[in-house]
Design a protein around this ligand. Structure first.
Ligand code: SF4
Length: 95
């Protein structure tokens, strides 16, 4: 349903016929860490995030996973080794 309070005209899953059902009854404005993110939108009521109703929660000790202005380091995927197979492989390579 379209928001009729903070982000007027924006489709939002929290908006119902009874009003905004988000915790607190309204979206929260962006936080300092959001500056530069392309998901911010400025309305008459302030600057808000298009995907997170409470941006401060998205920056809780780590970078927001939706942020477009943060470079993420690629996670180094560690491959699990089966010790038995590794042992057999090592033995085969010796001989
Ligand atoms: S996506 Fe994350 S960083 Fe970007 S505006 Fe929303 S909460 Fe802030």
């Amino acid at each position: 349903m379209q928001c009729v309070s903070i982000k007027k005209g924006v489709e939002c899953g929290f908006m119902t016929a009874k009003g905004c059902t988000f915790n607190g009854g309204r979206c929260h404005p962006i936080v300092d860490q959001c500056q530069g993110c392309s998901r911010t939108v400025t309305f008459d009521s302030g600057t808000f995030c298009t995907v997170a109703p409470d941006p401060s929660k998205k920056w809780n000790g780590r970078p927001c996973n939706f942020a477009t202005h943060v470079e993420r380091s690629k996670s180094t995927q560690t491959q699990k080794l089966n010790p038995l197979k590794a042992s057999k492989r090592a033995a085969a390579n010796k001989g």
